[in-house]
Structure formats: C-alpha cells, structure tokens
Design a protein. Sequence first.
Length: 132
Amino acid sequence: MREIEIPAGIYDLMVGHALSGSPLEVCGILAGRGNRVERIYRGKNVDASAVSYELDPRQQLEIDKQMKKDGREMLAIYHSHPGGPACPSAKDVSLAFWDTVYIIIGLAGGKPDVRAFTMENGTVSEAALRAV
C-alpha cells in the first residue's frame, strides 16, 4: 500500500481550496521528496464544472518546471467532489494515467472527507494518507 505524508498546514490549504471553490471541483498538485509532501500547487480547473476537472495544461507545465528546479517530484494530484463522496468516479478512474497518488476531497455531508487512492489500469486501491 502506498503512503503519503502531508504536513498539517498543507493539508489545511488543500481542504480550504476545496471548500472555497465549491460548488465547482478544484484541483492541484502536491510535490515533495520520498513520500512526504513539501509544497502545494493550487491548480485552475479549466472545466469549471461541479462534476469534472482538468488542470490547466499551461499551468501544469509551469508547475512541472518549478518542481524540477526545486528538486521535488509530483507525489499526488488532488481534486474535490463538491456534491459527492471521497471516492473515485468512473471518469476519475478512466482518466488516471499518472503513476501517482490521487487524493479526493468529498464535501457531501458537512465535514470534508479526504481519502487517497492509486488508480492503475482501471484498478483502484486505497493509499494511506497521514496528516502530520
């Protein structure tokens, strides 16, 4: 089982991004070294949708350049489900082509629910997420 460790401050920024963007989905990238997140990159959802997301491709290139410059790698992609649970949708699974952790922030039900997954070749497995 893959594990990702997120400092509490970055975890709070990620959840805050999801809450502030509701009722639309938000997205972003978490970068770091090993399995420990060191930086959050809030993304622009060019879909501007409540049920799907696509990180702005130009922004994604800039984030990639910055990560390489800083000696970091992408550890996770996060996005929110404003009206749904923190579980991958069929579309999420079909579009998961990065070998990374996918974090979903479910906002249905009052308190944000944050879960992590790996999605490879249509197979979804839960990953361990630790906020430290």
